[in-house]
Design a protein around this ligand. Structure first.
Ligand code: TNX
Length: 532
């Protein structure tokens, strides 16, 4: 109260405190433009949220109220016109520059206004508003105010349409609650895609009603021999709906024709029965397991809990293979409102090259037949792909260029920069380091538009940071590997490269730690960043 009163000038207008102004200047991802006016707005027990122009705007208002009520203890009713001091959410539709996800946030003395063309823009504006408030706003119990927001204007819209993260729930299973928390953490930084890696050698995590053993057998374990788990279709739909409410699209991945051992262990008839022999020149196991148990040799067709890669394949000779794939893709398409199905396609080291191409081409047809677009890891560039396909670049510039030459769009996930399972340095206990040690600076200092020679910005849909979970078993591990790197990747996707600098960014990210503490995020306190 004292500092709120101190902000009152003689003529009754309120001037912003240095802390509120600092918050205004430290938003991540960095907005396109942000100017402070010198005044301030205070959320009080009289504040109302005006958001009634449509059901979705109303939902955004309710979402905002639910964020603000616990810490402020205020009622914050959501409704229509009112004379009281207000936070007003509205759709204008006439500001082309803002696009589908942009917003304009104006903080005056008596009103906070967020205007956008689409509800997704309002949602993004709300994330910015959260960062303008004192960090204790993130606490779930009532705190002492004042709830000051510095006055000013922020105009903001993203550089890339696709800003995502992948969670590997196959190597270690993560519960529906965990996935929802991850959605909240990623959407806080305006990420809009959640890619779920739903199958791999060690586990099958999505119920397929026509092939029940996939989850019954294939879902029964995980890396290290834990009990694994899977999502029923109803639980998956619950995740999808939760993501939608945060304006995130779920992209489900079934990894094929390699990384398929959990399915082979569930249905013997899918097993090609081949001896394990890698194709000459195929990828080597990148996951250098340190423990013997994790390095255990897989036995074809039996459940596997180690972390070797590149040893399993579907059989292109068996027609049942394609019945299986078609059933899986059909059921998955039916519960996935997003436009994409991810078919994996990586590290098929024991699949013959001619078979691999047959697989990719047939997968592409099936995905199309079920009304979706295909996305796959960079190796699918070898198939007959076109502009309807998205290729996810992770390691090979050659494949990335091959994909671009065929007209495909590229999603950028360079392992050396954005693989969240890579260790920070040689002392990091979790994670792997086959691609690189990736400190906070390295994951931030790169530009998708110039990273691969021969590929320009127009060919890139965006960036995605994958979290592979061979060594990541729970939320604490996850948060430690994800923070502080994920907000940096979110900024690479959102903010123009010309406005980005590590020196400037590291000061902003250092100030986020106070928010992370309130949100109980177990971040890695990188020594490169001054945490304040
Ligand atoms: C490579 S990147 C993989 C994954 C592993 C990861 C470990 C890619 C498409 N495949 O199967 O989990 O390395 O870092």
């Amino acid at each position: 109260l004292v500092s709120a009163l101190a902000g009152l000038t003689s003529c009754g207008s309120k001037s912003a405190s240095p802390e509120a102004k600092a918050a205004f200047e430290n938003v991540i991802p960095m907005p396109v433009s942000a100017t402070t006016s010198g005044s301030a707005f205070f959320i009080t027990d009289e504040t109302v949220i005006i958001a009634d122009s449509s059901q979705e705007v109303r939902a955004a208002g309710e979402y905002l109220a639910a964020l603000l009520r616990p810490a402020t203890g205020f009622e914050l009713p959501v409704g229509g016109e009112n004379t009281a001091a207000a936070i007003r959410l509205s759709i204008s539709g006439s500001d082309a520059q803002l696009g589908a996800e942009g917003y304009e946030l104006t903080v005056g003395e008596d009103e906070v206004k967020i205007v956008a063309n689409q509800p997704a823009g309002l949602f993004n504006g709300i994330q910015t508003l959260r960062q303008l408030l004192p960090e204790k706003i993130e606490k779930r119990e009532k705190q002492q105010g004042p709830w000051e927001i510095a006055g000013g204007t922020i105009r903001d819209y993203p550089e890339y349409a696709w800003r995502g993260t992948m969670l590997d729930v196959a190597r270690h299973f993560f519960s529906v609650e965990d996935v929802k928390r991850y959605i909240d953490l990623a959407s806080y930084y305006k990420m809009n895609v959640l890619h779920l890696h739903l199958s791999d050698d060690q586990g099958w995590r999505i119920e397929i009603k026509s092939w029940p053993n996939l989850t019954k057998v294939g879902g029964s374990t995980e890396v290290g021999g834990g009990e694994g788990g899977y999502y029923t279709q109803a639980q998956y739909s619950d995740i999808v709906a939760y993501a939608q409410s945060r304006y995130m699209t779920v992209i489900p991945e079934i990894d094929m024709p390699g990384h398929i051992n959990a399915a082979l262990a569930s249905y013997a008839e899918l097993n090609p029965g081949l001896p394990i022999k890698r194709e000459a020149g195929g990828p080597v196991n990148p996951a250098q397991a340190e423990s013997q148990e994790l390095n255990a040799k897989p036995v074809p067709g039996q459940l596997y809990t180690g972390i070797q890669v590149g040893f399993s394949t579907l059989s292109a000779k068996k027609e049942i293979t394609f019945k299986f794939v078609d059933d899986v893709l059909r059921e998955l398409a039916a519960i996935t409102p997003g436009p994409y199905l991810h078919i994996g396609g990586d590290e098929a080291a024991v699949t013959k090259k001619e078979d691999y191409i047959v697989f990719i081409n047939r997968f592409r047809e099936m995905v199309r037949a079920h009304g979706k677009k295909m996305i796959g890891w960079e190796e699918i560039a070898q198939g007959d792909i076109d502009s309807a396909v998205v290729v996810q670049y992770w390691n090979s510039q050659k494949y990335a260029r091959m994909a671009a030459e065929k007209g495909a769009k590229l999603l950028f996930s360079p392992a050396k920069k954005v693989y969240l399972d890579m260790q920070y340095d040689s002392t990091t206990k979790l994670g792997l380091h086959w691609a690189a040690y990736i400190e906070a600076d390295s994951s931030y200092i790169w530009d998708p538009a110039t990273y691969v020679e021969g590929i320009s910005k127009e060919q890139i849909v965006g960036v995605e940071a994958p979290l592979w979970t061979e060594t990541i078993a729970n939320m604490n591990d996850l948060e430690y590997m994800v923070f502080p790197r994920l907000p940096g990747v979110a900024e690479i996707g959102w903010s123009a490269s010309r406005s980005r600098s590590w020196t400037e960014y590291k000061a902003r990210v250092g100030r986020q730690a106070r928010r992370w503490k309130e949100m109980e995020i177990d971040y890695y306190p990188s020594p490169l960043i001054q945490w304040v």
